[in-house]
Write a protein of this length. Structure first.
Length: 274
């Protein structure tokens, strides 16, 4: 499969419009804020200071604002395809897609990304670009959704469509597995690569509330091969009933699983022995 074919996995315009809609509606940001906090906590284990930082996929700016409070921080560059999300950031802003990183070699000492890279069609290509724009000895730190994210929703939507429409279309984006991401960091030239996974479980009163939150996050379906018509009412009702039947907790609420893959790697630097 060629790189161009891989990139076509997602509809970039649809993804941007979903993020614009989320920004206009006030943005559901609790999950991004939680992940941003966890990434900043990981930086506490790194003794050096970073002066020039790229926040790739800035969303509502939670990660940029947390980074700006760190000692030694001088410039935080926010990049996102959504102008609405960029408006949440007070510093340097650039409309850019994570698939195409428009910076010179060695531009940043630190690159961070919270829940954006799972929308990249060519992840190996994006990682190569990110390593390129890091200064020697620079750090890459990112979090992205992993393969078991929304496994419950994926299961019931597939079954509901099969029952109600005698066929199914992809409704939830595929996501990378931990082992694949760890291997990619090494393959794309990062030194001391580390990848690990955490799971965050959020409960909802019903499946419709979950879907509303996904829409408010800007995380709805943007697959290039997605069906362009919305779910039929009976299919949606069937999916909600199946979700409650299969996964409901004793208190009647349903869980939604978000697997968070955390990626860390350094740009090689002969002077530091990396």
């Amino acid at each position: 499969m060629t790189s161009a074919e891989t990139i076509e996995l997602f509809d970039r315009r649809a993804w941007r419009l979903h993020r614009e809609r989320a920004a206009r509606s006030g943005c559901v940001d609790f999950l991004h804020a939680e992940v941003a906090e966890r990434l900043v906590d990981r930086l506490e284990d790194v003794s050096r200071q970073f002066h020039v930082v790229l926040d790739l996929g800035v969303h509502n700016g939670a990660l940029s604002r947390a980074l700006a409070r760190r000692p030694g921080m001088e410039w935080v560059v926010a990049a996102d395809p959504s102008l609405g999300f960029l408006a949440c950031h007070d510093g340097i802003r650039l409309a850019a897609n994570p698939d195409l990183v428009p910076f010179r070699d060695g531009s940043f000492e630190l690159i961070v990304s919270a829940l954006a890279l799972h929308w990249v069609g060519d992840l190996p290509g994006a990682l190569v670009q990110l390593r390129r724009v890091l200064k020697p000895g620079g750090l890459f730190l990112a979090a992205m959704f992993g393969g078991s994210t929304l496994v419950e929703l994926r299961t019931v939507l597939l079954e509901a469509e099969l029952i109600e429409e005698a066929g199914a279309s992809p409704r939830v984006s595929p996501a990378a597995d931990l082992a694949d991401v760890a291997a990619l960091l090494l393959r794309t030239g990062f030194a001391m690569p580390v990848a690990d996974a955490e799971k965050i479980t959020v409960t909802y009163p019903n499946a419709l509330a979950l879907m509303r939150d996904l829409r408010g996050m800007g995380e709805t379906n943007a697959l290039a091969v997605r069906r362009r018509t919305p779910l039929r009412r009976q299919t949606l009702a069937r999916a909600a009933a199946l979700y409650a039947e299969r996964f409901s907790r004793p208190d009647g609420r349903i869980p939604a699983t978000f697997e968070i893959l955390c990626l860390t790697g350094w740009a090689p630097d002969a002077r530091r022995g990396r």
